[in-house]
Write a protein that binds this ligand. Structure first.
Ligand code: ADP
Ligand code: ASP
Ligand code: MG
Length: 422
């Protein structure tokens, strides 16, 4: 099947997140787990994240020396975290009596576009990984990074990007499975840090997982789920601290249970921008959002209200992740007096969403969401819906309360729904 691996065992990709390689003990534990898989007869490629809070610390270091760190240099800096993990893990594997070799993203053939700090993987040229596997090495690939096709620069893939590295490598190697080892037992009906009684999902459809990842379930990076769906990669998200089965992400099937709501997700780092005095004419919104797209800003929810009087001006509000706020502002400043008259920045916002494929066929879910939030005295600032998701922008400090209330109102707790079998 793989050509080069005639008669040879299947390949498994194992990805370990930051918490799973945070200190020496955990690196050794990951190494032991990788070796155990090899000894089961699999060929193993492990993708590692930076240790613990390393990436956050590197970002803080950059902010200490520069007001607006240069994106190319940012990627040179951030990509080091994952290299450290891989080199250390290779050493630990050597001590367990196995051959292992670590590669940077570039050495592993991870080719991306050139958008620094949010690059997209374009191709995985896995020859070097394949050759190392042939030589009976366990291969360690530094997650979250690649090399751009055009400029040959080091790039990084955005926060959580090691998940996408793992899936892309699994696709290129036609691996049997891509295991994502993390600090929770799988994908839950809400972030277990906020809802301790959240329920682990045994399986979740790509469709739901895409909406969940996009609305804050950071356990899998959104891009990794898209990539897995496009390339038919089987993702198994599980705990690096236990052997319990985790969550598999699969194509939706007839036999799958379809509860009304599958999960409540949230984001707490949203900023709202309101543009005042937008002329009510064709092309106004296009100019604004072209400028944001050119600056590679991730625009999330967009709301425009129609001017009430003839010849009046409209207002457009939208949200962006906090980390994109500065770039968004810079991109828009040039349009003041042309595409609008004033930029206003909203207070600290957050977003709560409910996701569920069963919602499609059940009216009244939105009304229930609004009722629950009203009962909690939470003011909804913006609303958006898709066929299987309802999202509300709310004050940031009320997000945990909103998540708990919705999780409870839709009866997603582990106790009450156990046995339903998803
Ligand atoms: P890693 O470093 O292993 O990639 P992350 O921190 O990126 O780990 O992702 C795991 C975290 O995602 C969990 O600790 C959990 O707090 C958070 N999380 C948010 N939403 C969910 C969810 N619906 N299910 C599981 N975990 C979630
Ligand atoms: N280390 C990177 C981050 O913290 C990538 C990852 O962990 O997936 O975002
Ligand atoms: Mg992650």
């Amino acid at each position: 099947m793989h050509g080069y691996s005639h008669g040879v065992s299947e390949i498994v990709v194992m990805k370990f997140g930051g918490t799973s390689v945070a200190d020496a003990q955990r690196i050794k534990r990951a190494a032991a787990r990788i070796v155990a898989k090899r000894e089961e007869g699999k060929r193993v490629v492990a993708v590692l994240s930076a240790r613990g809070k390393t990436t956050d610390e590197l970002i803080a270091m950059a902010d200490e020396v520069s007001r607006a760190p240069d994106p190319r240099e940012m990627d040179m800096l951030l990509s080091t975290g994952e290299r450290i993990s891989c080199a250390l893990c290779a050493m630990a594997i050597h001590d367990l009596g196995h051959r292992a070799i670590s590669f940077t993203g570039s050495q592993a053939g991870i080719v991306t576009d050139s958008s620094h700090t949010k690059a997209r993987i374009l191709d995985v040229r896995a020859d070097r990984i394949k050759a190392a596997l042939e030589e009976d090495h366990i291969v360690l690939v530094a997650g979250f990074q690649g090399v751009s096709t055009t400029s040959k620069e080091v790039t990084t893939l955005g926060r959580g990007g090691s998940d996408t590295t793992a899936v892309a490598v699994a696709a290129a190697l036609e691996a049997e499975e891509c295991e994502i080892y993390t600090d929770v037992e799988g994908v839950f009906s809400a972030d277990p840090r906020i809802v301790p009684g959240a329920r682990k999902l045994d399986a979740v459809s790509f469709e739901e997982m895409l909406d969940m990842a996009a609305s804050g379930a950071g356990v899998l990076q959104l891009r990794s789920v898209e990539y897995a769906r496009n390339h038919g990669v089987k993702i198994h998200c599980r705990s690096s601290f236990s052997d319990a089965p985790g969550t598999v992400v699969i194509e939706e099937s007839e036999t799958m249970e379809q509860p009304l709501i599958t999960a409540v997700t949230h984001l707490t780092a949203e900023a709202r921008i309101t543009l005042v005095g937008v002329p009510d004419e064709p092309g106004a919104a296009a100019r604004i959002f072209d400028a944001l797209a050119d600056a590679n800003v991730n625009v999330d929810m967009i709301v425009q209200n129609e001017p009430t009087s003839a010849g009046g001006k409209a207002e457009i509000s939208f949200t962006v992740p906090d980390e994109d706020l500065r770039i968004a502002r810079e991109a828009l400043e040039g349009l003041i007096g042309d595409a609008f008259t004033e930029i206003r920045e909203g207070a600290q916002m957050g977003k709560v969403s409910i996701v569920g494929a069963g919602m499609r066929s059940h009216p009244g879910v939105a009304a229930k969401v609004f009722r629950v939030l009203a009962d909690e005295q939470i003011n909804i600032e913006m609303i958006s819906t898709s066929p299987i998701k309802i999202s509300c922008v709310i004050p940031r400090e009320q997000v945990p309360q909103a998540v708990r209330a919705l999780h409870e109102a839709f009866e997603l707790q582990a106790e009450q729904t156990s046995g339903i079998g998803r």
